[in-house]
Design a protein. Sequence first.
Length: 154
Amino acid sequence: MAAAWVLGTFIGMEGVAWLAHKYLMHGAMWFFHEDHHTHGPGFFEKNDAFFLIFAVPSAAGIMTGLMAGGDFKLWIGVGIAVYGLAYFLVHDVFIHQRFPWFKRTNNLYFMAIRKAHKVHHKHLGKEDGECFGMLYVPPKYFREAKRSLERRGA
């Protein structure tokens, strides 16, 4: 049952992240997200503060779940944490290359993620955004990634 809670939470977090990105980051909390689109100097961005929005409920779920003897709150907290790790690896490491770990890929899914995110970042303002998710990629970006792979002969 624990795995079901973790997996369900992980999947649900994509929707939570999409909503937070579209309505908070590109809305009332644009002040914190703007530097992510304009690429100011330095390694850290105000945008990194959003880590806390997800880390606090994750830690609270893990702690209260452990205090309750390992109930569902623990596994929800773990699911949020696993999504956070995936977000870090995909968004910060793979897409934005904040760490030089994964530079190139011929994987269709990862190429589609990168293409969708590039479209998101073509908008420098908070309006007219698109592609707010992280792991869900609209089908048109898979088609574009496939064409890129075919041109590369991969």
